[in-house]
Ligand binder design. Structure first.
Ligand SMILES: CC(C)(COP(=O)(O)OP(=O)(O)OC[C@H]1O[C@@H](n2cnc3c(N)ncnc32)[C@H](O)[C@@H]1OP(=O)(O)O)[C@@H](O)C(=O)NCCC(=O)NCCS
Length: 240
C-alpha cells in the first residue's frame, strides 16, 4: 500500500510531513504553523518583499498575518485530512493543494526558522488566459477554471512566492520551485499548465522562472495597480 504522503517524509518527533529541497539540504518545506504569525509582519513590511507584490496589505498588521495563516493552514489541513482518509486506498490520491508551502531553514542546533512561502493556486489571472488581455472575460474564465475537476490537466495554475530578504540571491527559491513542481505538483496535482507574472524589474523572480524552464511570453505595460502605482508585468508560462 503506498503512503498517500509520498514523496513527503514525516518528522518522527512531531509527525509533521515535510519535503527537503533537492540542492539545499538544510531547507525543508512544511505546512504553515501558527508560530509563523509572529514573523510575517517583519517580512511583509520590508520593501524588498512587499515592493514586488500587489496583494499583501500595507502596512501589514498582526491581524493580517493571523488571517493569512488561518486561511493557508486551513487549506493544507484539509488536504492532509483527505490524504489521511485515503490511506487504505491502493492508488495515490490526486489533490489540488501543495500541503507543504512554508519554507524553513533547519539550523545546526535543530531549530527551524520560517523564511518564506510558495503557493500554487488555480489562476487568478483570467484576463491573461487568452492571447490578448481581456478584462471582460477574466471572471468567467477564472470561474470555469475553478470548476474543472481535481486532476484535470487543463487546469491553469499560478504561483506566488516570497523569501526573507536575508535569504535572497542564494538559489533557494529556484530550488523550492524545482522541488515542488517535480516532486508534488506534477505527480500529485497533475499540474500541466502554469501562467505566472512578475513586475518588470523583478530580476530575482524572473531568474527563478527562467531557471525552471518557464518561457517569457509577453510584457504588458501598466497592467496592475499596486499601492496607487501602475506596474508593468512580464508573463511567464510553462506547459508540460
Ligand atoms: C523573487 C525571490 C523569491 C527570488 O528568490 P531567490 O531565492 O532570491 O532567487 P534565486 O537565488 O533562486 O535566483 C534566481 C536567479 O535570479 C538571479 N537573481 C536573484 N536575485 C537577483 C537580483 N536581485 N538581481 C539580479 N538577478 C538576481 C540569480 O542570480 C539566479 O540566477 P543564476 O542562478 O543564473 O545566477 C526573492 O527575491 C523574493 O522573495 N523577492 C521578494 C518577493 C517577490 O518578488 N516575490 C515574487 C513575486 S512574482
Amino acid at each position: 500500500m503506498p503512503s498517500q504522503l509520498h514523496p513527503l517524509e514525516v518528522n518522527p518527533t512531531t509527525g509533521e510531513p515535510f519535503l527537503r529541497l533537492k540542492s539545499h539540504n538544510n531547507i525543508i518545506l512544511t505546512p504553515p504553523r501558527l508560530s509563523d504569525i509572529a514573523i510575517l509582519p517583519e517580512y511583509f513590511n520590508d520593501s524588498r518583499v512587499y515592493g514586488w507584490l500587489s496583494s499583501p496589505p500595507q502596512p501589514y498588521l498582526p491581524e493580517h498575518a493571523e488571517q493569512w495563516i488561518a486561511k493557508s493552514k486551513g487549506e493544507t489541513d484539509n488536504v492532509l485530512s483527505a490524504l489521511a482518509a485515503a490511506e487504505t486506498s491502493e492508488q495515490l490520491l490526486t489533490v489540488d493543494q501543495v500541503p507543504v508551502r512554508a519554507i524553513r531553514e533547519v539550523r545546526e542546533d535543530g531549530t527551524e526558522a520560517f523564511i518564506g512561502d510558495m503557493g500554487i493556486l488555480r489562476t487568478p489571472y483570467g484576463e491573461l488566459m487568452g492571447s490578448e488581455v481581456d478584462w471582460e472575460k477574466k471572471a468567467g474564465r477564472e470561474k470555469e477554471n475553478a470548476t474543472l475537476p481535481v486532476g484535470d490537466p487543463n487546469i491553469v495554475w499560478s504561483i506566488g512566492f516570497y523569501l526573507a530578504p536575508s535569504h535572497h540571491g542564494k538559489g533557494i527559491m529556484s530550488d523550492v520551485l524545482a522541488t515542488v513542481l517535480h516532486d508534488w505538483a506534477i505527480p500529485r496535482m497533475c499540474v500541466r499548465r502554469l501562467l505566472c507574472n512578475v513586475f518588470v524589474g523583478n530580476e530575482g523572480s524572473m531568474g527563478v522562472f527562467r531557471k525552471n524552464g518557464f518561457v517569457l511570453t509577453r510584457t504588458i505595460e501598466n497592467h496592475v495597480e499596486a499601492r496607487g502605482e501602475k506596474r508593468s508585468i512580464h508573463v511567464y508560462e510553462w506547459n508540460a
